[in-house]
Design a protein around this ligand. Structure first.
Ligand code: SER
Length: 605
């Protein structure tokens, strides 16, 4: 096995798939743009959904990237050897190009030839089949042909070996997962027979079905492959360590946290140090993608991550009064600035946001202590579970802290009651998270697509009314409204707002055609397209053009999709113009009266 560093694994993966005809694309932001159904990017395929549904990708039919992801469903498990809220996913995609055999051959070659993982330590699982789709014998046959013995091939049901759709409807299909034997001694069986001993490192999803709203599965015309390889797990395997926290990137961060601790060694100490390492890494990346701590959406998740890290620091005997979390963030940035130079550029901002939150939270902690004292005066010999949970949830008191404080007064804590309140809360927040997801990309796509096209018209109108200095600083679209951030120093006047609104509605009434073409970043600049030029030099981008030759209203680099004609937008109204941050204004706007069914803009050469 090649003992590669995390940086080397990223490079080896991209090089390998590039040599196999894949275009290397940039990973997307952790905050999905134009997708109201989830708070965070949870997989490499997520930003690629429009292309999996048939949109043309400027990079072609074979793509590869490294995607930073956030998954918080198992946040309470973080602290063990494997759970993480932030992780990196290596991925390669076939958009209607190669399918099962090609994908598996490449995965196998990368694992055994590039990473040099001994074949004896590999096992795979395939879909066992059910009423919706048949047993995936085809996949198993490819593995056998490559030399994986039947004993190492497990068949598992949908719960394990099926991926997607991302929403309620959309592309999905059986998958085949690849595992490494992490136990002592000779490998045995496969993940279907010896689950705990085999660690999943890679998943090849064969998106051959579309799930309909009525729950049925129909075969897709364009069969795609979506793969995801966990970078931290792969690094742990190659570096022969038992946990992601022992790999080259995270180990120094964990060591720094432990070096600041003043309590004796114990498994609990390791658990809390891991929580801090994971949560601060996630928080650092979320802030780098433009989120600030708040009480809603992404900002709330960020706040929870920071506060949980601070709570754990108290367990380690670390005083977190303003500089602790930011010092760990700097340690993380040192480890990640090479692949993610933006982190270094934003380091000061990230540190300030973390310090402010830390200072604020230390005050909340004091309020929590007062709340505890009040609860104490009404209690007989036990703090009830609801109070303990309230202290945990609202004031960030770990149960351990409440127990310690209660003990000092000769009291107990109703731990069963705490557990019950905790579980109820967890069920509620899971339901909430699922709801976000269940919106389904398709369900809202007509509305979000319309708002997306309206955003281009708005951007163009703002530049006409306020000047060419205006450029997009952020965009967020739900099925109800668009939100657009742009740089401009002053509050817009009433008449400027009216003028912008009028220009957008005028463009809608003109029923302009919307089309796109694919060019290099350099050519897009030459033709005067606006938009975010963060694509790599030499890579190709889509330019969406709204208008007719000689009368172009907007020319913008964008992934799409968009409506085919502006008349499909109905009527455009600005609801709010406000400050977003220093020098940045924010507009919220809605559309009304457009058709429910839309046509999607197509490519012109
Ligand atoms: N989408 C699949 C996963 O998240 C493969 O990338 O596992």
């Amino acid at each position: 096995m090649r003992p590669l560093t995390t940086d080397q694994i990223r490079a080896a993966y991209l090089d390998f798939f590039h040599a196999k005809g894949h275009t290397i694309i940039d990973g997307a932001s952790l905050v999905p743009e134009n997708d109201p159904t989830v708070l965070f990017t949870t997989a490499g395929m997520h930003p690629l959904v429009p292309y999996l549904l048939g949109e043309t990708h400027p990079g072609g039919r074979r793509l590869t990237d490294v995607q930073r992801c956030i998954r918080t469903q198992d946040i309470d498990e973080v602290g063990d050897a494997s759970h993480l809220t932030f992780f990196e996913m290596l991925g390669n995609w076939s958009l209607g190009d190669y399918f099962k055999e090609g994908a598996i051959q490449m995965s196998f070659e990368f694992l055994t030839k590039v990473l040099e993982i001994p074949m004896e330590k590999l096992a795979v699982t395939c879909f066992a089949g059910d009423d919706d789709a048949s047993k995936d014998e085809e996949t198993a046959a490819v593995w056998r042909k490559l030399g994986i013995p039947a004993e190492r091939i497990g068949f598992l049901p949908k719960k394990n070996n099926w991926w997607g759709p991302a929403g309620q409807t959309g592309p999905c299909g059986p998958d085949t997962e690849m595992f490494y034997w992490v136990w002592e001694g000779e490998p045995q069986g496969n993940p279907a027979t010896h689950e705990a001993q085999w660690l999943e490192i890679w998943n090849d999803v064969f998106m051959q079905y579309n799930k309909n709203a009525d729950g049925t599965y129909e075969p897709l015309k364009q069969k795609n492959v979506d793969t995801g390889m966990g970078l931290e797990r792969t690094a742990a395997v190659l570096q022969s360590v038992k946990s992601a926290y022992e790999t080259d990137c995270l180990k120094p961060v964990l060591a720094k946290v432990l070096s600041l601790s003043t309590v004796p060694d114990s498994p609990e100490k390791i658990r809390h140090a891991r929580i801090i390492t994971d949560h601060v890494r996630a928080a650092t990346n979320i802030i780098a993608d433009g989120v600030k701590p708040s009480n809603v959406d992404q900002g709330y998740v960020l706040r929870r991550l920071i506060r949980r890290a601070i709570r754990s620091s108290r367990f380690l005997g670390i005083e977190a009064n303003g500089t602790f979390v930011s010092s760990i963030a700097s340690e993380i940035i040192t480890r990640y600035e090479k692949p993610y130079p933006q982190l270094k550029i934003l380091e000061q901002d990230i540190r300030e946001i973390l310090s402010r939150e830390e200072q604020q939270f230390s005050k909340t902690l004091q309020d929590g202590i007062k709340h505890f004292e009040r609860a104490l005066s009404g209690a007989k010999n036990s703090i009830d579970g609801t109070t303990a949970f309230h202290l945990y949830d609202t004031f960030g008191f770990p149960l351990e802290l409440t127990k310690e404080m209660a003990k000092e007064r000769g009291m107990n804590v109703d731990e069963e009651g705490f557990k019950k309140a905790f579980e109820e809360h967890q069920a509620l927040s899971r339901a909430g998270a699922e709801k976000k997801f269940k919106g389904g990309l398709q369900d809202s796509s007509a509305e979000t697509t319309k708002l997306h096209t309206a955003t281009h018209l708005l951007n163009a109108a703002l530049r006409r009314v306020l000047g060419d200095h205006v450029s997009q600083k952020g965009s967020n679209i739900t099925s109800e409204r668009l939100r657009f951030d742009f740089n401009h120093d002053q509050k817009m006047t009433e008449s400027q707002i009216k003028e912008v609104e009028h220009l957008v509605n005028e463009a809608i009434e003109k029923d302009l055609p919307v089309r796109y073409h694919i060019v290099s970043v350099e050519d897009a600049k030459k033709e005067g397209a606006i938009g975010v030029f963060d694509a790599k030099y030499g890579s190709e981008v889509k330019v969406y053009v709204l208008g007719n030759d000689g009368d172009i209203t907007s020319r913008e680099i964008c992934g799409g999709p968009h409506v085919a004609r502006t008349s499909m937008l109905g009527h455009f109204t600005i609801q709010k113009e406000e400050s977003s941050s220093a020098g940045v204004r924010r507009i919220k706007a809605v559309l009304s009266g457009g058709p429910k069914e839309i046509l999607i803009a197509e490519q012109v050469s």
